[in-house]
Each structure stands twice: as structure tokens, then as C-alpha cells.
Design a protein around this ligand. Sequence first.
Ligand code: NAG
Length: 415
Amino acid sequence: MGTRDLLLIVLICRLAWAGSMESCAHRCEEKFNKAADCQCNHQCEQHKDCCEDYEQLCASQEESKKMEAEWEEKETAPASNVYLAPNSCHGRCQEAYDQHHPCHCNSKCQKFGNCCEDYDSLCANGEPLDGFSHSSDAITKEELLTISEKIYKADTNKAQKEDIVLNSQNHISSSETNDQVDRSPEPLYSYVNEELFSKPTYAAFINLLNNYHAATGQGEHFNSQQLAEQDTFLQEIMKTAVMKELYSFLHQKNRYSSKQEFVSDLKNMWFGLYTRGDDEGDSSGFEHVFSGEVKKRKEVSGFHNWIRFYLQEKEGLVNYYSHNYNGPWDSYPDVLGMQFNWNGSYKEVGTAFIGSSPEFEFALYSLCFISRPGKVCHLSLGGYPLAIQTYTWDKITYGNGKKYVATAYVVSPKE
Ligand SMILES: *[C@@H]1O[C@H](CO)[C@@H](O)[C@H](O)[C@H]1NC(C)=O
């Protein structure tokens, strides 16, 4: 082989090498690589040295993973010490591994030697997920998919396409959600057909929204009119096909023996007051999820409802910044993960259904809270997967040890 051949080979090798170092193919999340022309881990966005195909090959993967982790953290940072009993398997049997917990409750924990002390007594006999002893009463994964599709189809009160004009503007990556930068000069809602709000369940829902002090640490005191509004809301939603589907499913699963029992339990779990801040009875599941709260650190907590968002935006109290998730649905309800400012407090990632009826959200969150309390609950809407995370409030109970809703919100479905 002559010198020229050798040079040629070196040249070809260099070209091939350079080629592979200009692409993120097989390099997503690789550590900083000095030899490469461009980088493929999420820091590259900050350092502005990402390969051209980074966004396409790595960012979306990275984003969905990170978004999930962030939602866990944001909404549930107190999870391990407030919402759950972290040292016990109570209500956690067969739960997926969660690094935040000091001990674990699924069958692998025996192998790894990190089971909670009560794992054997509570879970080892193959106790069903939600603790129901008759296997016919346990709610399976498949049943959740079926009932959520039924509820989806039954939601005739939802917004039609022409009822809402959304202006979602800037889409950001999950690494930017903490920037607190207003990247969207226009409001999120360009138009909403407010005739929707005269439907009985919408009207009853909207009446409830101003019954709360947003600040945690400020006690709620309901007058008789406000208490009556809670009953009206429950009565109105119980007339809808959505709630009838849910009740008949839960009745069949032996969770409730009568409608009366069901409604009274819903009223307790959603409207019963507990203390999130310093003041006696400053919070409830309904207030947190639908009306929204503000923590002392000027952070928005909860606030997962599109009607509330629209009305507050119209009043000039909500400033929409951007979104980092847009669901796959091309009709309503859809799902957005949003960044916004609410009267001076920031929400880093707030998910909400868009264009759903109040009874639809109430039904799905209740379904998940009742069948998978404190866990991720996998549903199906129009053929697309959707996951809802709920948490129980564990400091006080009602009835015979029943839990209040601490929170419920949509998480990004696993892809
Ligand atoms: C906005 O926040 C301020 C405190 O920063 C509070 O005094 C005021 O009542 C809030 N306004 C509304 C309409 O919630």
C-alpha cells in the first residue's frame, strides 16, 4: 500500500467519524463529548451546541421523561411526607417503584430487601391493588380503559370545535418551564362561546368558584348559600349521562349501594375542609383542583380547570406564558400543560383538560381517586391513553377512615 492509499483511508475514516459526530443518532443524553462537533444532552440547549437533529432525535424523548418527573415533583413534592404513609404499605400494595419512598411494596422488594415492615401482612398474599378482597370487586386496568371511554362518549355537554378558539402560541421544552418568561403576548383564549356557561352543570360549577380564598392558611367559612351551591352542583351533575355511567360502574363494583350514598361520599371527599396551611379548614379537593390555591412562596397550587382559567384570564388576573405539552386530541376535550401567572404567582407546569364539561372532569378525577387513590390511573379517551394522578389527604379522615382528595391532575401518558 502506497502513501497515497494510506492517506485516502485516513481521509475516509475521518469523514465517517466526523459524520457520526455531527448527529445525535445513538448519542441522546451522552455525556459532554469533547471530540464531537456538537452535543446531545439537555445542557446543549443552554450552551447552544446541540447537533442539528438533537431536537428531533432526543428532545421529545427527554421532554416527556422530564415532564413526568417534574409533575411528580411540583405537584407532589410533599407526597412522601404528607399525602402517603411512606413507611407503610397501607394503600400501596403492588405500587410501581418510586425512589422517593424509603421502603417499597411490590413483589420485587423481597428480592431487593427493601420492603416496608408491613409488606408481608398487607400485600404478600396478593392483595388486589385497591385492597378489595373479592376479586370481582377489584377494578382492573381493562375496566378503567372501558369505563373512561364510555364517560368520554357520554360527555354531550362538552365544547364543540367552534365553541373555543385557542391561541396557544409559544411551545417550550421542559427545561425552560422554570424560566418564568412570558413568551406569549396574547391571551390563551381568543374566543369562548359563553352560551356553554348557561348549561346547568356549567352554571352550578361557576357558582362554586368564588366561594374560596386562594391563599392557603386562610380558613374557608361557608354560608348556607355556598353550602347549597355544593348540593346544587352535585344534583345537576348526577342528572348527566357522564355521572350515571360512573355511578353504575361503581355500583356494579360494590363501591356504593345507592346513589344517595355515592353523592354523599363525593360531597365529603371533594368539599370536606382540611388544613393545608396554618388555618383551620383552609382547603379542600374541589378548591385545590378546580378553583386553585396560592402558597406563601407565591406559587400556584392546583388550578387545573379551563373554565376557571378562562374566566380569570378575562378578568385580567391570569397571564398565559407558554405551554410545554399539547395532547393528541383534535377535538375537545384536549389537554394542555401550561405555564402562567395568576395574580402574581407562578405555575410552572399546570395541566388542564380544555373544553370538557365540569361533570366530565369531576367524573374522571373521582373514578381515579376511588379506584386508584394516591396512584397513577391509566385511562383511554377516544383511543388515546391518558393518565391521572391523584393523592389522598392523609392527616384527617371522614366517615370510617375515608380519605379526602388532596389533588388530582392529568400527567403525560407514557409513550
Ligand atoms: C391578588 O393578590 C393580592 C395579594 O398579592 C390579594 O390581596 C388580592 O386579593 C388578589 N386579588 C384577587 C382578585 O384574587
